[in-house]
Design a protein around this ligand. Structure first.
Ligand SMILES: [Ca+2]
Length: 241
Protein backbone atom coordinates (compact mmCIF):
# COMPACT_ATOMS: atom_id res chain seq x y z
CA UNK A 1 0.00 0.00 0.00
CA UNK A 2 2.84 2.39 0.92
CA UNK A 3 4.44 1.66 -2.44
CA UNK A 4 1.26 2.68 -4.30
CA UNK A 5 0.78 5.83 -2.20
CA UNK A 6 4.44 6.82 -2.74
CA UNK A 7 4.12 6.30 -6.48
CA UNK A 8 0.94 8.40 -6.72
CA UNK A 9 2.24 11.20 -4.48
CA UNK A 10 5.55 11.25 -6.36
CA UNK A 11 3.76 11.52 -9.67
CA UNK A 12 1.50 14.32 -8.42
CA UNK A 13 4.47 16.19 -6.96
CA UNK A 14 6.43 15.90 -10.20
CA UNK A 15 3.41 16.96 -12.26
CA UNK A 16 2.91 20.04 -10.08
CA UNK A 17 6.62 20.82 -10.20
CA UNK A 18 6.68 20.50 -13.97
CA UNK A 19 3.55 22.53 -14.55
CA UNK A 20 4.17 25.51 -12.25
CA UNK A 21 7.86 26.41 -12.54
CA UNK A 22 8.66 29.52 -14.65
CA UNK A 23 11.12 29.26 -17.50
CA UNK A 24 13.89 31.63 -18.49
CA UNK A 25 13.80 32.63 -22.18
CA UNK A 26 17.33 33.77 -23.11
CA UNK A 27 16.32 35.28 -26.45
CA UNK A 28 13.96 37.72 -24.73
CA UNK A 29 15.79 37.84 -21.36
CA UNK A 30 12.46 37.21 -19.64
CA UNK A 31 10.89 34.67 -17.35
CA UNK A 32 7.95 32.82 -18.80
CA UNK A 33 5.34 31.99 -16.15
CA UNK A 34 3.23 29.91 -18.46
CA UNK A 35 2.57 26.40 -17.43
CA UNK A 36 5.34 24.34 -18.90
CA UNK A 37 3.20 21.22 -19.16
CA UNK A 38 0.74 23.07 -21.35
CA UNK A 39 3.51 24.63 -23.51
CA UNK A 40 6.00 21.85 -22.98
CA UNK A 41 7.17 21.70 -26.61
CA UNK A 42 7.82 25.48 -26.87
CA UNK A 43 7.84 27.36 -23.54
CA UNK A 44 9.53 30.22 -25.37
CA UNK A 45 7.92 30.27 -28.81
CA UNK A 46 10.47 29.53 -31.51
CA UNK A 47 13.20 28.61 -29.06
CA UNK A 48 14.21 25.77 -26.83
CA UNK A 49 15.26 26.79 -23.33
CA UNK A 50 18.23 24.99 -21.78
CA UNK A 51 16.46 25.25 -18.42
CA UNK A 52 13.49 23.53 -19.99
CA UNK A 53 15.49 20.52 -21.12
CA UNK A 54 17.39 20.42 -17.81
CA UNK A 55 14.12 20.43 -15.86
CA UNK A 56 12.68 17.82 -18.15
CA UNK A 57 15.74 15.61 -17.48
CA UNK A 58 15.54 16.22 -13.72
CA UNK A 59 11.86 15.31 -13.71
CA UNK A 60 12.54 12.16 -15.72
CA UNK A 61 15.29 11.14 -13.32
CA UNK A 62 13.03 11.82 -10.34
CA UNK A 63 10.20 9.74 -11.79
CA UNK A 64 12.69 7.01 -12.72
CA UNK A 65 13.99 6.91 -9.15
CA UNK A 66 10.48 6.72 -7.71
CA UNK A 67 9.48 3.95 -10.10
CA UNK A 68 12.68 1.99 -9.33
CA UNK A 69 12.19 2.39 -5.56
CA UNK A 70 8.59 1.24 -5.79
CA UNK A 71 9.53 -1.70 -8.02
CA UNK A 72 12.15 -2.85 -5.47
CA UNK A 73 9.61 -2.45 -2.64
CA UNK A 74 6.93 -4.39 -4.53
CA UNK A 75 9.33 -7.22 -5.38
CA UNK A 76 10.42 -7.39 -1.71
CA UNK A 77 6.81 -7.49 -0.56
CA UNK A 78 5.94 -10.25 -3.04
CA UNK A 79 9.02 -12.21 -1.91
CA UNK A 80 7.97 -11.82 1.72
CA UNK A 81 4.46 -13.03 0.92
CA UNK A 82 6.02 -16.12 -0.69
CA UNK A 83 7.76 -16.91 2.61
CA UNK A 84 4.69 -18.71 3.82
CA UNK A 85 5.71 -21.23 6.52
CA UNK A 86 3.11 -23.65 5.13
CA UNK A 87 4.92 -23.82 1.76
CA UNK A 88 6.95 -26.92 1.03
CA UNK A 89 10.45 -25.42 0.73
CA UNK A 90 11.86 -28.58 -0.83
CA UNK A 91 9.90 -27.98 -4.04
CA UNK A 92 12.21 -25.03 -4.80
CA UNK A 93 15.37 -26.90 -3.71
CA UNK A 94 18.08 -28.90 -5.47
CA UNK A 95 18.50 -32.58 -4.65
CA UNK A 96 21.46 -34.93 -4.90
CA UNK A 97 22.47 -38.28 -3.40
CA UNK A 98 25.48 -40.54 -2.84
CA UNK A 99 24.77 -42.48 -6.07
CA UNK A 100 21.83 -43.27 -8.33
CA UNK A 101 20.55 -46.80 -8.80
CA UNK A 102 20.35 -48.00 -12.39
CA UNK A 103 17.82 -50.61 -13.47
CA UNK A 104 18.73 -52.32 -16.76
CA UNK A 105 15.04 -52.65 -17.65
CA UNK A 106 13.71 -49.29 -16.52
CA UNK A 107 16.86 -47.16 -16.70
CA UNK A 108 17.33 -44.22 -14.35
CA UNK A 109 14.07 -44.10 -12.42
CA UNK A 110 15.88 -43.32 -9.20
CA UNK A 111 17.05 -39.70 -9.50
CA UNK A 112 17.42 -37.71 -6.28
CA UNK A 113 15.02 -35.04 -7.56
CA UNK A 114 12.18 -37.60 -7.55
CA UNK A 115 12.00 -37.15 -3.76
CA UNK A 116 11.11 -33.44 -4.15
CA UNK A 117 8.85 -33.54 -7.22
CA UNK A 118 5.65 -32.99 -5.20
CA UNK A 119 4.38 -36.45 -6.19
CA UNK A 120 3.56 -38.75 -3.26
CA UNK A 121 3.35 -41.91 -5.39
CA UNK A 122 5.13 -44.65 -3.43
CA UNK A 123 5.53 -47.16 -6.26
CA UNK A 124 9.19 -46.92 -7.30
CA UNK A 125 8.41 -48.07 -10.85
CA UNK A 126 6.17 -45.06 -11.42
CA UNK A 127 9.31 -42.89 -11.41
CA UNK A 128 8.73 -40.63 -8.39
CA UNK A 129 11.14 -42.10 -5.80
CA UNK A 130 14.88 -41.66 -5.28
CA UNK A 131 17.09 -44.72 -4.89
CA UNK A 132 20.83 -45.06 -4.31
CA UNK A 133 23.14 -47.97 -5.05
CA UNK A 134 24.25 -50.32 -2.29
CA UNK A 135 26.55 -47.68 -0.76
CA UNK A 136 28.34 -47.54 2.55
CA UNK A 137 26.37 -44.89 4.50
CA UNK A 138 24.09 -43.92 1.59
CA UNK A 139 22.79 -40.34 1.76
CA UNK A 140 20.38 -37.96 0.06
CA UNK A 141 20.41 -34.14 0.34
CA UNK A 142 18.25 -31.19 -0.59
CA UNK A 143 19.75 -27.70 -0.87
CA UNK A 144 17.16 -25.06 0.10
CA UNK A 145 19.41 -22.41 -1.53
CA UNK A 146 19.56 -20.28 1.65
CA UNK A 147 19.34 -20.88 5.41
CA UNK A 148 15.90 -21.50 6.88
CA UNK A 149 14.43 -22.08 10.31
CA UNK A 150 13.12 -25.59 9.83
CA UNK A 151 9.94 -26.41 11.71
CA UNK A 152 9.02 -29.76 10.23
CA UNK A 153 10.29 -32.41 7.79
CA UNK A 154 7.91 -34.97 6.31
CA UNK A 155 9.22 -38.23 4.83
CA UNK A 156 7.26 -40.62 2.61
CA UNK A 157 8.65 -44.15 2.34
CA UNK A 158 8.65 -46.47 -0.65
CA UNK A 159 5.48 -48.55 -0.85
CA UNK A 160 5.91 -51.34 -3.42
CA UNK A 161 8.58 -53.11 -1.37
CA UNK A 162 11.65 -52.64 0.80
CA UNK A 163 10.17 -50.23 3.34
CA UNK A 164 12.57 -51.40 6.02
CA UNK A 165 15.54 -50.01 4.09
CA UNK A 166 14.90 -46.60 5.65
CA UNK A 167 14.94 -47.81 9.24
CA UNK A 168 17.75 -46.17 11.21
CA UNK A 169 18.10 -43.19 8.85
CA UNK A 170 19.18 -39.87 10.37
CA UNK A 171 17.66 -36.53 9.30
CA UNK A 172 20.28 -33.77 9.48
CA UNK A 173 19.91 -29.98 9.20
CA UNK A 174 22.69 -27.40 8.87
CA UNK A 175 24.70 -25.00 6.74
CA UNK A 176 27.87 -27.07 6.30
CA UNK A 177 28.78 -29.13 3.25
CA UNK A 178 31.59 -30.87 5.15
CA UNK A 179 31.40 -34.59 4.40
CA UNK A 180 28.62 -33.76 1.89
CA UNK A 181 26.57 -32.19 4.67
CA UNK A 182 26.55 -35.40 6.68
CA UNK A 183 28.33 -33.78 9.66
CA UNK A 184 25.43 -31.40 10.30
CA UNK A 185 23.36 -31.71 13.50
CA UNK A 186 20.61 -34.30 13.74
CA UNK A 187 16.96 -33.32 13.76
CA UNK A 188 15.52 -36.81 14.11
CA UNK A 189 16.00 -40.52 13.48
CA UNK A 190 13.63 -42.66 11.45
CA UNK A 191 13.32 -45.70 13.69
CA UNK A 192 10.57 -47.48 11.79
CA UNK A 193 8.46 -46.44 8.82
CA UNK A 194 6.21 -49.05 7.14
CA UNK A 195 5.94 -49.44 3.35
CA UNK A 196 4.30 -46.42 1.74
CA UNK A 197 3.79 -44.55 5.00
CA UNK A 198 4.42 -40.85 5.68
CA UNK A 199 5.88 -39.58 8.95
CA UNK A 200 6.29 -36.06 10.39
CA UNK A 201 9.47 -35.01 12.23
CA UNK A 202 9.67 -31.81 14.31
CA UNK A 203 12.93 -29.86 13.97
CA UNK A 204 11.85 -27.01 16.32
CA UNK A 205 13.43 -24.16 14.38
CA UNK A 206 16.80 -25.75 13.60
CA UNK A 207 18.61 -23.45 11.17
CA UNK A 208 20.15 -24.72 7.99
CA UNK A 209 20.37 -24.54 4.24
CA UNK A 210 20.81 -28.28 3.78
CA UNK A 211 18.64 -31.22 4.80
CA UNK A 212 20.37 -34.60 4.63
CA UNK A 213 19.00 -38.09 5.15
CA UNK A 214 21.68 -40.71 5.75
CA UNK A 215 21.85 -44.31 6.91
CA UNK A 216 25.15 -44.13 8.79
CA UNK A 217 27.68 -46.93 9.14
CA UNK A 218 25.85 -49.46 7.03
CA UNK A 219 26.17 -50.76 3.45
CA UNK A 220 22.69 -50.54 2.06
CA UNK A 221 20.30 -48.72 -0.28
CA UNK A 222 18.45 -45.51 0.55
CA UNK A 223 15.11 -44.89 -1.14
CA UNK A 224 12.76 -41.94 -0.57
CA UNK A 225 9.50 -41.25 -2.37
CA UNK A 226 8.94 -37.71 -1.07
CA UNK A 227 10.63 -35.35 1.39
CA UNK A 228 8.79 -32.16 2.36
CA UNK A 229 10.46 -29.36 4.32
CA UNK A 230 8.57 -26.61 6.14
CA UNK A 231 9.96 -23.46 7.74
CA UNK A 232 10.82 -19.87 6.97
CA UNK A 233 13.88 -17.94 5.80
CA UNK A 234 16.31 -16.74 8.44
CA UNK A 235 16.66 -13.32 6.79
CA UNK A 236 14.49 -10.48 8.16
CA UNK A 237 11.26 -9.85 6.30
CA UNK A 238 10.86 -6.36 4.79
CA UNK A 239 8.07 -4.21 6.22
CA UNK A 240 5.13 -3.71 3.83
CA UNK A 241 2.67 -1.87 6.02
CA1 LIG B 1 8.04 -38.13 -5.32
Amino acid sequence: MICIISLISGYVESYRWITTQPLYCPHTDEWNDKYIYKDWASPCPGHCSQRDSRRRNQSSRKMGFLLSACLVCMVSCIAAQNNNPTDNLALRGRATQSSTFYNYVYGYLAAAINAIDGNMDTNFYHGSCSYTNNDMSPWWRVDLLKPHKISQIVVTNRGDCCGDLIDGAQILVGDSLENNGNNNPSCAEINYLPNGETQFFECNGMVGRYVNIIIPGKETYLTLCEVQVFGEPVSKKPSCS
